[in-house]
Design a protein around this ligand. Structure first.
Ligand SMILES: NC(=O)c1ccc[n+]([C@@H]2O[C@H](COP(=O)([O-])OP(=O)(O)OC[C@H]3O[C@@H](n4cnc5c(N)ncnc54)[C@H](OP(=O)(O)O)[C@@H]3O)[C@@H](O)[C@H]2O)c1
Length: 317
């Protein structure tokens, strides 16, 4: 039987504690399919959980070793009883097992078929693995903020996994988009259709005037400082959960409508995002594809908080 390499967290801590195990290939249960995983996307929540931070770590602390990974793309290789949404050899992708099951950092994983979307033939499996969690977070944050055509939207961290998708959706919705990033990402963020703002400059928000919507992907004091360009009645969606209550409290003092959020997997939205990639409306930025054997380096890179777009694990071979 071919082996199934999977990456596990056996104890919380540094990236070096990630282990690669050789497991059996699992059998799909009723309503599931077995996927041979091509790529697994890495998200900041994976890195925080590995470090023992946040509620996914809290809830899994008695469930170690645990395999992280919510974003996968691959090929259906076996169907469980009653599973009929996909055919064998279909290319699929999804935002799977969120928040507690995870499991995407595996060469083979069983997934309920209703968590998966068919990947159109004109899309490679790389963007399909990069888009699930980040793309749905971007779409849901903008929905929550109820952006309207003609409004001014400021996105903090426009070059990141969530940010680069949020910028493109907000531009397509005909809002005027400003997005913060470091100097090295200015031209990249401009290429997405936003006005890029270099956050290393102390007065980087001064040119903005008044903003209708703030999508905060940084959190904490950075979000609080950016409230200087909001007005009473502006909407703010703060995405990092750890500082959400602090940011919303400060927003409320200023008459700003502050909202936290937790992304919810939504297959219909995933299919729509794949359609937007297929039509060329969204371009998925992949900074690096790293062999799963180098998962430690990949986690360290995501941990810097400086990746442009997404980092993927290549789970093949
Ligand atoms: N609540 C939820 O459901 C949910 C869902 C998804 C993500 N999140 C959270 O949302 C945050 C963003 O996620 P992500 O996947 O987009 O992260 P990410 O891909 O790791 O973000 C990296 C980007 O952040 C930028 N950045 C770092 N510091 C910045 C600053 N002070 N100002 C502006 N940009 C800055 C970097 O750009 P430069 O290199 O140009 O600095 C880099 O491009 C994370 O905290 C994540 O945990 C929450």
């Amino acid at each position: 039987m071919p082996s199934n390499a999977k990456i596990v967290i056996s104890q919380f801590g540094e990236a070096e504690l990630l282990e690669i195990l050789d497991a059996d290939i699992p059998s799909p249960q009723s309503g599931e399919v077995l996927i041979k995983v091509s790529y697994a996307g890495i998200n900041p929540i994976d890195v925080k959980t590995r470090a023992g931070l946040g509620w996914a770590a809290q809830h899994n602390k008695n469930n170690l070793p645990w395999t992280p990974g919510y974003d996968v793309s691959g090929v259906v290789v076996k169907q469980g009883e009653g599973s009929k949404k996909f055919n064998l050899n279909d290319m699929v992708a999804g935002f799977i097992g969120f928040p507690l099951r995870g499991g995407g950092y595996s060469q083979y994983v069983c997934v309920p078929e209703n968590e998966l979307a068919l990947v159109p033939e004109d899309i490679s499996l790389k963007p399909a693995a990069a888009i699930p969690l980040a793309g749905q977070t971007a779409a849901q944050a903008l929905e929550k903020a109820q952006i309207q055509s003609g409004e001014t939207v400021l996105i903090l961290a426009g070059a990141g996994g969530v940010g680069h998708i949020a910028v493109q959706i907000a531009v397509a919705a005909k809002t005027k988009v400003f997005a913060s990033c470091s100097e090295s990402n200015l031209s990249y963020v401009e290429s997405l259709g936003a006005t890029a703002l270099d956050y290393s400059k102390p007065d980087y928000l001064q040119q903005l005037g008044s903003v209708d919507v703030l999508i905060d992907l940084v959190g904490g004091q950075t979000a609080i400082d950016a409230m200087a360009c909001l007005h009473p009645g502006s909407r703010l969606v703060t995405v990092p959960t750890i500082t959400a209550s602090q940011v919303c409290e400060e927003a409320s003092k200023r008459g700003i409508i502050g909202m936290g959020m937790l992304v919810e997997p939504d297959v219909t939205q995933m299919e729509e995002l794949l359609g937007l990639i297929s039509s060329g409306m969204i371009k998925v930025q992949i900074e690096q594809v790293v062999s799963y054997q180098n998962v430690v380096d990949a986690h360290k890179k995501v941990e810097t908080g400086r990746a442009r777009g997404k980092i993927l694990l290549d789970m093949q071979g």
